[in-house]
Design a protein around this ligand. Structure first.
Ligand code: ADP
Ligand code: MG
Length: 323
């Protein structure tokens, strides 16, 4: 199977859409953006052994590669539309490709994204790069830089679950209901695309959680030139993480664990009620976990006492870690 045969068999689909006059098969794709909307572009690579363990199922790798990009679109209040896929493979294993494509298209179909092109190469380890293009009402994309002192800090879902799940995956821990749920949160993130669009008129700034709550919130606060305070007792923990880990470990996972792909955002106090209504009506919990403050520091308190926690997240070329 050469590269062209591979593309034809696994990535060429019969999914014509008006906004894709030319898709997979030509030198490039031709896309037709909607008039009067801004174009959004995000891209993320998943490297085997760095972003996911080598034993992760092909379908989960495909799903995740799309989901993590959708999460960036969600954080900008965008509507996802098109994607490209650059795939580097050590070998062309047909079963693997079939499963990978099934997971990839499952996520794409769920969120209305069409694969419009890509690149396929052989290389020493598996690298999956997905780019997603989307759109937002002109000038309305949500950014990291709008937070102001006095606003509330919110988070969706229950952070920490995916990191707890990854730890279980790596230990090949025996299956429990709680453990399976947590592992599934790592394998199949739920990008908060509808939520991002819903909070756009209410939020002042947003970021999605890929590196950990403190690390990512830190980036939002830095971009906004403000500080923040988190109240640890307000952090929403899932029943499953609480069943699996000791309270201190749960807190550590919620503050530092990556891969949740939840949204963290700030909003003025005047919007608190409407955010509460959104949470009550929607499929995902929204929790106010602290407040934006003046200054540049992000501090974390528990029952009024300051916790000393590391503000780090995953850095590819920092902390002495090997990429
Ligand atoms: P070129 O050599 O002109 O860059 P390629 O032979 O790399 O073209 O690709 C042929 C067509 O297949 C292009 O439309 C390209 O976008 C598409 N393509 C290549 N790899 C993939 C992939 N992994 N998924 C989807 N489309 C792909
Ligand atoms: Mg060409």
């Amino acid at each position: 199977m050469d590269e062209f045969e591979l593309i034809r068999r696994f990535f060429l689909r019969d999914d014509a859409r008006d906004d894709v006059p030319v898709g997979v098969g030509d030198d490039g794709a031709v896309l037709r953006p909607a008039a009067g909307r801004d174009l959004l572009s995000v891209v993320d690579s998943l490297v085997e052994g760095v972003h996911f363990p080598a034993q992760l199922a092909a379908a989960d790798i495909g799903y995740r590669a799309v989901a993590v990009n959708l999460s960036d679109i969600a954080a900008m209040a965008g509507r996802p539309r098109w994607m490209t896929l650059a795939l580097t493979l050590p070998q062309a294993d047909e079963q693997w490709l079939q499963d990978f494509a099934a997971g990839l298209f499952e996520a794409a179909d769920e969120y209305g994204v069409v694969l419009v092109g890509g690149d396929t190469t052989r290389g020493p380890c598996l690298v999956v790069t997905v780019q997603i293009l989307g759109d937002a009402a002109a000038g309305q994309a949500l950014r990291r830089c709008g937070a102001r002192a006095g606003e509330g800090i919110y988070v969706s879902g229950t952070p920490g679950d995916a990191a707890a799940g990854l730890a279980l995956l790596q230990q090949s821990a025996p299956d429990t209901d709680a453990g399976s749920y947590l592992m599934q949160r790592f394998r199949r993130p739920s990008p908060r695309v509808a939520l991002g669009q819903a909070i756009a008129p209410l939020a002042s700034a947003a970021i999605d959680l890929s590196d950990g709550l403190l690390a990512d919130l830190g980036k939002l606060l830095q971009a906004s030139a403000v500080g923040g305070r988190i109240d640890a007792e307000k952090l929403p923990l899932s029943a499953q993480i609480a069943a699996q880990l000791a309270p201190g470990e749960c807190l550590d996972m919620a503050l530092h664990g990556g891969d949740d792909y939840e949204l963290c955002f700030t909003a003025p106090a005047a919007h608190a009620d409407r955010i509460g209504e959104l949470a009550a009506a929607g499929p995902v919990a929204l929790s106010c976990i602290g407040e934006v403050v003046a200054g540049t520091e992000l501090i974390c308190r528990q029952d009024g006492k300051r916790l000393h926690c590391r503000p780090d997240g995953y850095r590819h070329f920092g902390n002495g870690q090997q990429p």
